[in-house]
Design a protein around this ligand. Structure first.
Ligand code: 4AD
Ligand code: MG
Length: 435
C-alpha cells in the first residue's frame, strides 16, 4: 500500500496544504461525470470533497470508488488543495482509497422524511450536518455553563438519581421499586443541593432529571438535563444577577465559538446578539396586567401561565425576561414567601425570547423551620421522608437561593429549533423510548 499510514482529520486539513494525507471517514454523497468522481466525505470532524480523476488513479481505485454507496466507510489518500469555492476552503485530490465497508442501502435518503421516521432512525439521523451542529452547540453550552460557574467559585456536586421522595410535586414522578421500598427517579437535585450549599457555600449539579409528564408539547421531554446552582447567603435579587450573567455568558460563548454551526442551522444571529445582561424583570402582577391588555382578558390572578401566555409576555421584550413574585399557591412548597406580601413568593422564572418559554425556574428557599413545618402539612408531605431536609433548617439555617436551568430548552432557543426533540441525542418522550 502506497502513501502515509498516519491518519489526519478534516479539522486539521489546513496545516497539510500541498501534502498527501490519509483520512478515515464515510461517504455521504457522490457525483460522477464520466471521467471524474466527486466524493463528499465526512470524518466526524468536518466535511470535504474528494476529487477522483480516472486517468490519474489505478483502475482498482477507480472501481472501488464506483461501488461506494451512501455511508460506506473508507480510508482515503489524497493531496490537500486550497479551494476558495469549497465550503470548508479545501479539496482533496484523491490518490488512493481503501473500502472498509460498502454500506447497505441507507434508510435516510436525500428526500424529506417525516419526523417519526427520523426519530425511529435517530441513531443514524445524528450523522446529518444539521444534527451534528446541534450536538456541537449543546456541548458548547454545557462547557460555557460549567466554565461560568467554575470561574465564579461554584463546586460541582452530584445529587442522587434514585430518591425516596419528590421535589417538584407528586403528579409526574417516575416510580420504581428499590428492592422492597418505593423509589422515584429524580425530578430535580435541588433539595440535595441545599444540603451541599451548607458545606461548600456555592454549588451546582448537572445531570439528567425525569418527569413523567403526559404532555406532548414542543417544550417537554420525559428525561431532560438540568444545571442547578444553589447558594448559601444569596438572596432573591442576587440570584437573578447570577442567572442573567450566566445566560448572557453562554449566548456570547456560542456566538464566539459556533459560527459555522449557527450558520448550518440558519439561526438569526442578530436576535442572539441582543442577549446581554441585565435582563428585564416584571412581577407576576405586571405580567397578568400585560396579558389582560394583549388579548387574554379572562386570565385570572392565581392561574399559572401556559405556553401561549409565556409567548405573549416574551413578545414585549428582546431579551429573556424574569417574571418574579408568583402566587404562593401555584409554586413549590420550598419557596420563601415575600415578607412584605406572603401571598407571593421570592421566585423567578426566566422566559426566553421568541416563544421558547421558561428556561430557568428558581427561588429563595424557606429557611425558617416553623414555616417549613407548616408547608409540609399544607402539601401533605410525609414528614419522615423529608426529615433530613428539615434538619437543614434546624442546624444553622441561613438565607439561600438557587435555580435550575433546563438544558434542552436553552439549546432549542439558542439553536432556533421548533421542538426540543432535536436538542438531545436520544430524546425520551411520551410514546418514545426507542432507540
Ligand atoms: O421549573 P422547574 O420544575 O424547577 C425545578 O425543578 C427546581 N427544583 C430547580 C431549582 O430551583 N433547582 O424546572 C427547571 C427548568 C425549567 O425552567 C425548564 O427549563 C426545565 O427545567 N424543564 C424541562 N425541560 C424539558 N422537559 C421538561 N419536561 C421540563 N420540565 C422542566
Ligand atoms: Mg418551573
Amino acid at each position: 500500500m502506497e502513501g502515509t499510514q498516519v491518519l489526519t482529520t478534516i479539522k486539521e486539513i489546513a496545516s497539510h496544504v500541498g501534502k498527501e494525507v490519509k483520512l478515515g471517514g464515510w461517504l455521504y454523497n457522490k457525483r460522477s461525470s464520466g471521467k471524474i468522481q466527486f466524493l463528499q466525505l465526512r470524518d466526524g470532524t468536518g466535511f470535504i470533497q474528494g476529487v477522483l480523476v480516472k486517468s490519474q488513479v489505478a483502475p482498482e481505485v477507480w472501481d472501488a470508488a464506483k461501488q461506494l454507496t451512501q455511508e460506506s466507510s473508507l480510508y482515503i489518500w489524497g493531496t490537500v488543495r486550497e479551494d476558495e469555492r469549497a465550503p470548508g476552503g479545501f479539496e482533496l485530490d484523491v490518490t488512493n482509497l481503501e473500502v472498509i465497508q460498502v454500506a447497505e442501502e441507507y434508510p435516510i435518503a436525500k428526500k424529506e422524511h417525516g419526523v417519526d421516521f427520523l426519530l425511529d432512525h435517530r441513531h443514524l439521523w445524528i450523522r446529518s450536518p444539521r444534527q451534528r451542529a446541534i450536538l456541537t452547540i449543546r456541548a458548547e453550552i454545557i462547557k460555557a455553563l460549567q466554565q461560568y460557574l467554575n470561574d465564579e467559585g461554584f463546586t460541582l456536586v452530584d445529587p442522587p438519581v434514585l430518591t425516596p421522595s419528590s421535589c417538584e410535586g407528586t403528579t409526574n414522578l417516575f416510580h420504581t421499586k428499590y428492592f422492597d421500598e418505593d423509589a422515584y427517579l429524580t425530578q430535580s437535585g435541588q433539595l440535595y443541593m441545599e444540603a451541599a450549599a451548607m458545606t461548600l457555600r456555592k454549588v451546582y449539579s448537572f445531570g439528567p432529571t425525569f418527569r413523567a409528564e403526559k404532555s406532548k408539547t414542543r417544550r417537554h421531554l420525559i428525561e431532560f438535563w438540568m444545571i442547578e446552582p444553589e447558594m448559601a447567603f444569596v438572596e432573591h435579587e442576587e440570584s437573578l444577577k447570577i442567572q442573567e450573567n450566566m445566560v448572557a455568558h453562554v449566548v456570547r460563548h456560542v456566538l464566539d465559538n459556533c459560527e459555522a454551526e449557527l450558520k448550518t442551522l440558519g439561526r438569526d444571529i442578530s436576535r442572539l446578539e441582543k442577549v446581554t445582561a441585565p435582563f428585564p424583570r416584571i412581577t407576576y402582577d405586571e405580567a397578568v396586567e400585560l396579558l389582560h391588555k394583549e388579548g387574554f382578558s379572562d386570565f385570572e390572578w392565581g392561574e399559572d401561565f401556559g405556553a401561549p401566555h409565556e409567548t405573549k409576555i416574551a413578545e414585549s421584550f428582546e431579551k429573556p425576561v424574569f417574571i418574579t413574585h408568583y402566587p404562593t399557591e401555584i409554586k413549590a412548597f420550598y419557596m420563601k414567601p415575600d415578607p412584605n406580601r406572603p401571598e407571593v413568593v421570592l421566585c423567578a422564572d426566566l422566559i426566553a425570547p421568541e416563544g421558547y418559554g421558561e428556561i430557568i425556574g428558581g427561588s429563595q428557599r424557606i429557611d425558617d423551620p416553623e414555616l417549613m413545618r407548616q408547608r409540609y402539612e399544607e402539601h401533605n408531605l410525609p414528614k419522615e421522608a423529608y426529615q433530613w431536609y428539615m434538619d437543614l433548617r434546624k442546624y444553622g439555617s441561613v438565607p439561600h437561593s438557587g435555580f435550575g436551568l433546563g438544558l434542552e430548552r436553552t439549546v432549542a432557543w439558542i439553536c432556533g429549533l421548533d421542538h426540543v426533540r432535536e436538542t438531545i441525542p436520544f430524546p425520551r418522550m411520551l410514546n418514545r423510548l426507542y432507540p
